[in-house]
Design a protein around this ligand. Structure first.
Ligand SMILES: Cc1cc2nc3c(=O)[nH]c(=O)nc-3n(C[C@H](O)[C@H](O)[C@H](O)COP(=O)(O)OP(=O)(O)OC[C@H]3O[C@@H](n4cnc5c(N)ncnc54)[C@H](O)[C@@H]3O)c2cc1C
Length: 464
């Protein structure tokens, strides 16, 4: 190890959404900032193997779905042909590549340097950077933004060691590379990532069986929101099994034999999306005063401070909810906090979206969660069957649900299922964050005909 030491105001470890947002804000606040990233680039899991590639492929799935629906109103494009090479190239260059170039130029414009290497804390003011010319960084503050790593297959399936290196068993990142469109695909999932991957491959032509190890298709999501998605999955997939255990997975000849929930079947490929856990191991955090909890999440307060006054942490490494937009907000909070400004992560609504068809989106308190907590609430549900916009789009299978405080009428939670829910939830998050009442939302004129009117209508029911 050489003696080259660089002094900076802020060293950000990890260049994902949490890390680059923190770094950009630090630089805007006049702090000399360096990002150390093991992959040597900005974007993290979100850009390279998560949100962006999956949403690009889900867009393709939606286009294929729309083309099929168009037959109903007399437009027939014929059988779609998917050119996999073109699709891969479009995803890699026009989507991921373009955004990556954008991030790199934003970093240059702000004077944020990106250093390739794996960073390890030597003490609470020094990082050792392994794998690059720059050997050590002395910092006034560090922001840990190392994200999360996939739970290894071995933790979900016994005997998984025998499958190490098998081309037929893929994790989420490998599946998003689209190595091929297998005829028979098993997707084993624990959360929305499995459902989204199943949706992509089913649209591209695989006969998909989705086996969820959780006891609901989307654990913790309101049942009213789930029903339209469950119906869609039952139609779309060859098999849908929820609450099953993956008992065995082994290669047999040119296939993978899987045993789950008492069923044995053969598949050409298996995608295992076994969840993600905070990537805090091997970082040398024990050389600082920062603490990790039993799940490996770095413990932070509302200002993203760890127990070490020099070390902040943001994003997936701080635990659930592991979402890019939460990581980005934490990034801003950490930058402002370490610069001595009074910002805190005091948001009341962190929206969550599953980009399937129909999309499912929610934020704040759900009706079932309110019941579990014994919190009295008023609820209004508007089915999209009466929505003019839903009818014009040929899709009336959506639903908008509001949860409000019975005394004050203050909105506490919103759930939406239907095509376009991902965009609609933005208004809901704003309403919750601004502490609006059902009356406020009901009195806001919404353009007609739009799906957003369903929010106004549900609010009007609550306000009556
Ligand atoms: C398939 C999939 C789909 C997803 N879809 C969505 C979605 O639609 N919406 C959403 O909000 N979220 C989604 N997510 C989750 C989202 O990707 C994460 O919440 C987000 O990337 C977290 O950002 P982060 O900055 O905390 O960490 P990451 O994006 O994981 O970035 C961490 C970075 O740290 C680097 N690193 C790790 N250790 C070190 C080290 N010791 N030294 C230097 N660098 C290091 C890594 O190279 C990486 O670049 C998805 C995830 C997956 C896997």
């Amino acid at each position: 190890m050489g003696d080259l030491v660089r002094e900076v105001d802020v060293a950000v470890v990890g260049g994902g959404p949490g890390g680059y947002t923190a770094a950009f804000r630090c630089a805007e606040l006049g702090l000399e900032t360096v990002v150390v990233d093991a992959a040597g680039r900005l974007g993290g899991a979100c850009l390279w193997e998560g949100c962006i590639p999956s949403k690009a492929l889900l867009h393709v799935a939606a286009v294929l779905g729309l083309a099929a629906e168009a037959r109903e109103f007399g437009v027939d494009f014929g059988e779609p042909q998917v050119a996999l090479d073109t699709l891969r190239k479009w995803k890699a260059e026009r989507v991921v590549g373009r955004l990556a170039r954008g991030l790199a130029s934003l970093a240059r414009a702000r004077g944020v340097e990106v250093v390739a290497g794996r960073a390890v804390f030597e003490d609470a003011r020094t990082l050792r950077v392994e794998g690059d010319d720059l050997r050590r960084l002395r910092f006034r503050h560090a922001v840990v933004a190392t994200g999360a790593a996939p739970v290894p297959l071995a933790e979900l399936v016994p005997e998984a060691a025998a499958l190490a290196g098998s081309e037929r068993v893929l994790d989420a990142a490998a599946a998003l590379e689209l190595p091929e469109i297998p005829e028979r695909l098993l997707v084993v999932g624990v959360d929305y990532i499995g459902v989204e991957l199943a949706e992509i491959y089913a649209a591209l032509g695989s006969r998909v069986t989705l086996a969820m190890t959780a006891d609901a298709l989307l654990p913790g999501v309101d049942r009213d929101l789930l029903q339209p998605l469950v119906r869609h999955c039952e139609r779309r997939f060859e098999g849908l099994r929820v609450g099953v255990e993956l008992e065995r997975l082994r290669e047999v000849g040119g296939a993978v034999e899987a045993r789950f929930g008492g069923t044995t079947a053969e598949f050409d490929r298996v995608v295992v999306a076994a969840g993600r856990r905070p990537a805090s191991a091997g970082l040398g955090l024990e050389a600082t005063r920062a603490r990790v909890d039993a799940a490996g999440a770095v413990v932070v307060d509302a200002r993203c401070r760890t127990d070490d006054p020099h070390v902040y942490a943001v994003g997936d490494v701080t635990g659930e909810p592991m979402l890019a937009h939460r990581a980005m907000r934490q990034g801003v909070v950490a930058a402002e906090a370490l610069a001595g400004r009074p910002l805190a992560f005091d948001n009341v609504a962190i929206p969550a979206v599953v980009f399937t068809d129909p999309e499912v989106a929610w934020c704040g308190l759900g009706e079932e969660e309110a019941g579990r907590r014994g919190r009295p609430v008023r609820v209004a549900t508007v089915a999209w069957a009466a929505s003019g916009r839903a009818a014009t789009r040929g899709r009336a299978d959506g639903l908008t649900k509001l949860v409000a405080d019975p005394e004050s009428g203050r909105l506490l939670g919103v759930g939406i299922v239907g095509p376009g829910a991902a965009e609609l939830i933005g208004e809901a998050a704003l309403a919750l964050e601004a502490a609006l009442t059902a009356e406020d939302l009901a009195a806001t004129i919404h353009a007609h005909p739009t799906l957003a009117e369903s929010l106004m209508e549900a609010a009007a029911r609550l306000a009556r």
